[in-house]
Design a protein around this ligand. Sequence first.
Ligand SMILES: C[S@@+](CC[C@H](N)C(=O)[O-])C[C@H]1O[C@@H](n2cnc3c(N)ncnc32)[C@H](O)[C@@H]1O
Length: 228
Amino acid sequence: MSILHTEAVDRILKLTAPESDAVREEMEARADRERFPTVGPEVGAFLRLCVRMRGVSSAIEFGSGFGYSAYWMAPAIGSDGRIVLTEFDADELEQARDYFERGGLEDRATFEHGDALEIVERYDGPFDLVLLDHETSRYVEGFEAVRGKLSENAVVIADNVLHTGAVRPDDLVDALEGESRVSESERSTSKHPSLEGAVAYLEHVRSDPDFETAVVPLGDGLVVSVRL
Ligand SMILES: C[S@@+](CC[C@H](N)C(=O)[O-])C[C@H]1O[C@@H](n2cnc3c(N)ncnc32)[C@H](O)[C@@H]1O
């Protein structure tokens, strides 16, 4: 359950979620079993809505794991569209391919093994939607790597911004208000790269005049930036 809402809200989200399918249920069971940090169904449903609302036909993910978030978006992208999955871990990526094949969605997916920041260099875009779900400490880098490859109506969504690893929303409040509980020595040895990454990313996109940005407290916290 997300720490960002109550148990009742969690239950409501589950009761009102879009219909599942056998492959997605299998992915969810696996994430639970292996404690793998997928975006979860409520963020999955939100991502799919974004795809539909912005008429997305081209998307890229930074950090796809075994393909759960991409699997949510792919049906709405349509068979003429494309979603690029990127993943460091070759086994996870092979699992993603297998899930997509079994779900009949492989025609619209490209599976790229390696560092998302290097992979994106090989693409011209334009991308209508970008999901940043790799190392939080590299979100700014990821945003900048894809910024020049975005379509006019693009949306960039970053996950894990309010709650990531040991980082809790309270820590982020302190950091944003300049009263970080993280000591200087911890900062200098970068024990909190996720917190620093989340703060740096929020400041970066909020100060970019070409984007409008809002924090959406869903899952582990999303930062949604729409190109103006
Ligand atoms: C939070 S999981 C992704 C979950 C996935 N988006 C989902 O919701 O199902 C993060 C994944 O990103 C991968 N990763 C981290 N940094 C990466 C990078 N720079 N390039 C590619 N993959 C990366 C990790 O191996 C891990 O599998």
